[in-house]
Design a protein around this ligand. Structure first.
Ligand code: OAD
Length: 262
C-alpha cells in the first residue's frame, strides 16, 4: 500500500516549510516491532482481554496479582521488541524542524529506546512502577531494573513498605498526567503541522488533539494503513500505509539532504 506520490510530495512540502510540528503516536507505530495494538480485530489486546478486568483501579484493588502478571507479560513483550524504522524516522525529524514535539499514547518506551529524548507520555510507561498507596509519585517511581519480581503479586513499595507497587500507567477512569496533557494541548493548538500516526483516535483526550490542531489552522496528516474511522477534511491528509514505511519515506521526501535519506 503506497499513498499517491502527489499526496506524499504535498505533505513533504508542508513538513519542510513547517516551523512547528507536533506528532501524536498510538499503538500502530509499534505494531511492526511486534507489539500488539489494542483494537485491531484479531490481534488487538482488547480482542483477547477485557479492559475492565485488567486496566482499571478497581481491577487492581480486586486482584493485584492478576493485573501485575498481565503488565509483567506486556513488559516482557516490549523488552523483547526493538524500535522500528517509524520510531527512528521520528528521531530524525527534530533535527530538521525548528520546534518539534513528540506526544505518545504508547507505554512501551520504544520512542525513547529509538533515541527520542523528549517524549510527552500521555498514558505512562509500563517499564516503570510506583507506589499504589500514599507515597508521592516522584519519590516512589522505579524503573523495572530497580525492583525485584515476586511470584505471588506486585512487589512492596520500598519507600513505605505498606502498599504495593503498581504500573506507572494511566488506567481507565484515571486522570492523565496534567503537565503532559497541558503540553500536548498547547503544542497541538500552536503547531502548523500535526502528524497523527498509528492511532484509532477513539480514546479521549488524546483523540481530540489532531482535531484541535486542525481547528487552530494546522495541516493534519494521518498515517495509518486503515483509514476507516479516520476523519477527512480540507486540511486533513491521509498517508495510507504502515508507519515503518511511510514515515521514513516522508522524512526522505521532505529532507533529501538528511544523512538518514542517503
Ligand atoms: P488502537 O489499537 O486503538 O489503534 C491502533 C491503530 O494503529 C489502528 O488505527 C490501526 O489501523 C493502526 N495500525 C496498525 N498497524 C499499523 C502500522 N503498521 N502503522 C501505522 N498504523 C497502524 O491503539 P491506540 O489508538 O494507540 O490506553 O489506542 C489508544 C489507547 O487505547 C491506548 O493508549 C490504550 C488503549 O486502551 C490506555 O491504556 C490508557
Amino acid at each position: 500500500m503506497t499513498p499517491p506520490a502527489a499526496i506524499m510530495q504535498e505533505v513533504a512540502g508542508r513538513l519542510r516549510a513547517a516551523k512547528r510540528v507536533a506528532v501524536l503516536t498510538g499503538a500502530g507505530i509499534s505494531a511492526e516491532s511486534g507489539v500488539p495494538t489494542f483494537r485491531d480485530a484479531l490481534t488487538g489486546l482488547w480482542a483477547r482481554f477485557r479492559p475492565e478486568e485488567l486496566a482499571t483501579p478497581e481491577a487492581f484493588a480486586r486482584d493485584p496479582a492478576l493485573v501485575w502478571r498481565w503488565y509483567r507479560m506486556r513488559r516482557d513483550m516490549v523488552r523483547a521488541a526493538e524500535p522500528n524504522a517509524g520510531h527512528r524516522a521520528l528521531v530524525e525529524l527534530p533535527r530538521h524542524v525548528p520546534r518539534f514535539t513528540l506526544i505518545t499514547q504508547n507505554v512501551d518506551a520504544l520512542h525513547r529506546r529509538a533515541g527520542s529524548t523528549d517524549v510527552v507520555e500521555l498514558h505512562g510507561d509500563i517499564t516503570r512502577a510506583r507506589c499504589a498507596g500514599a507515597c508521592p509519585r516522584d519519590t516512589s517511581l522505579l524503573h523495572e531494573s530497580e525492583w525485584t519480581e515476586r511470584d505471588d503479586g506486585p512487589p512492596l513499595c520500598s519507600r513505605c513498605s505498606a502498599a504495593s507497587l503498581r504500573p506507572d500507567v494511566v488506567w481507565f477512569g484515571e486522570m492523565l498526567p496534567p503537565a503532559a496533557l497541558e503540553r500536548a494541548t498547547a503544542e497541538a493548538g500552536a503547531c502548523d503541522l500535526f502528524l497523527s500516526v498509528g492511532t484509532s483516535n477513539v480514546v479521549e483526550p488524546a483523540a481530540s488533539l489532531p482535531w484541535l490542531a486542525a481547528r487552530a489552522g494546522a495541516a493534519v496528516v494521518v498515517v495509518n494503513p486503515d483509514m476507516a474511522g479516520q476523519r477527512s477534511g480540507a486540511n486533513i491528509h491521509h498517508l495510507a500505509g504502515p508507519a515503518g514505511t511511510i514515515l521514513p519515506q516522508l522524512v526522505r521526501a521532505a529532507f533529501p539532504e538528511s544523512p538518514a535519506s542517503a
